[in-house]
Design a protein around this ligand. Sequence first.
Ligand code: F6R
Length: 638
Amino acid sequence: MCGIVGYVGRRDVLAADGSADPAPGINSHSALDVVLEGLRRLEYRGYDSAGVAVIADGGIESRKKSGKLSNLIDELDARPLPQSLTGIGHTRWATHGGPTDQNAHPHLADGDQLAVIHNGIIENFAEIKASLTAKGHTFRSETDTEVAAVLLGDIYRSLAAKGEASLTKAMQLACQKLEGAFTLLAIHQEQPDVVVAARRNSPLVVGLGENENFLGSDVSGFIDFTRRAVELGQDQIVTITPDSFEITDFHGQPAEGTEFEVNWDAAAAEKGGYPSFMEKEINDQPAAVGDTLLGRADANGRLMLDEVRIDPELLKSVDKIIVLACGTSAYAGQVAKYAIEHWCRIPTEVELSHEFRYRDPIVDGNTLVVSISQSGETMDTLMAVRYAREQGAKTVAICNTNGSTIPRESDAVLYTHAGPEIAVASTKAFLAQITAAYLLGLYLAQLRGLKFQGEIRDILSDLGAIPKKIQAILDNADQIKKLAREMADTKSVLFLGRHVGFPVAMEGALKLKELAYIHAEGFAAGELKHGPIALIEEGQPVFVVVPSPRGRHSLHSKVVSNIQEIRARGAKTIVIAEEGDEAVRAYAEHVFYIPETPTLLAPLLATVPLQMFACELATAKGYDVDQPRNLAKSVTVE
Ligand code: F6R
């Protein structure tokens, strides 16, 4: 939530005409260009308002505007900013105070000499505001951020009065007073070549350039300019200048970050000819699954999950698995439960991260906690992982984002290789998470000697065939897209599934809710008669995810019976079934066939038509599928 960018480049490499454009061959960009490019890439983190501040001509200049980044760009066209080599930028997901121009960041303080941007929530802002007000300070917005800015300005001024003016020191002292979760970035006109940032429970990475350095909520904030990055730890402050970065803790003690190379391709974070990131990402799914499988097993099908650094003996003694995640990632967790319990015979619970630590869960040294998070920053999941570790559990993160907090705070990580997911609603990360969870389940089964090597090899080979099968579904998108357009005026859609089809149904409903703002519910088909069937009336559209008729025949016939029950009450049934399943035709208004695959792996295929349906329907309604209303990609507040 909220995207943050900071930049500082070297003034002595300015072009001869004094503009901020660098002399040829020298790295130092205009702060505004860097910041706007970073905000463009980070806009998925929040789009209630956007703003920038730069240091130019000895002063701070700022522009901010409610609404999307394009509004800020219009404002900058109307009221351009002077050239500069130091700047910060922010794209907001509103917490304290509505999405107005006034509440947009940056917030200025210390006589408008200081600018601050912020991601997170400062929990004790009311108390700090009261004491600052008592000292005579005034406020122009309703935000907690302005309170932090005024506090920082107040501290800076007191240091300056003692001849010790230092933005870094002021930030250290301010952070000692702040409670909650925050990333703060600040610039001060008296220190024109410095950007100072602090982080507590909120994301921040440093980008290292030549003659310039960068800050971002994640690496997309500077991916166009450098691939060298540094992860910061909790409660750390970093000061960047054009040719240095220095990390301390909140008390000024020197601290270290971890340098890493960004392996995301800048082009992968572009639309690549698709009308939206969402469409591109749906179409990226064969690669997302294929890349997540890549290099994880030897030629004999022996899994080698080197990243899972937990002592194998400990993993053998695990007697319970708890999967923690939110939203779509939690549905990936529910799919994982079916596979892990079936392959490993370890009791597996799936819990929404935000519920977990408030219910006194039973967790001990024999519990393996598997967190699933695309962003690696979801606050609810981070807090749940911390809680589990405190209780002695071992933690593995399934995550898509290098350098993010959840993997760093876990005992081990299994990265999904879906590439950057920019559209706010998750698609390719979901399939990659399911794939990684299968790998983890098979690895545990291998370690515990519960599957013959040949069996694991066969499942891996079935998984290896999935990317082509997803591609086949994508290549046949016309039928589902046509139906989606025809249904653009629908008011409510229900989704039914059973076994692994149940989380798929819930994911189908979630995609439709968040992209097309249509009421949608996913149910376990067996639950229908226990209440939800009352919702069925003439013409009610119901998607049914039908399991394969091969293998567990009883499950197939039970779902077919469910279809008959709702049809008899007037439902319009839209069925996702396996190729060759002719039995369902008689009961369906529409059938979408997916290629044959073992039942446990079917979610990797059955989800795809549902994603395409939601995306197309929302597009037909004229909605922005990349940035649905009220949402933000990375939910870094509880
Ligand atoms: C829905 C969606 C969200 C996320 C959830 C968890 O399309 O994207 O429900 O899945 O907010 O986010 P991560 O996986 O980043 O922890």
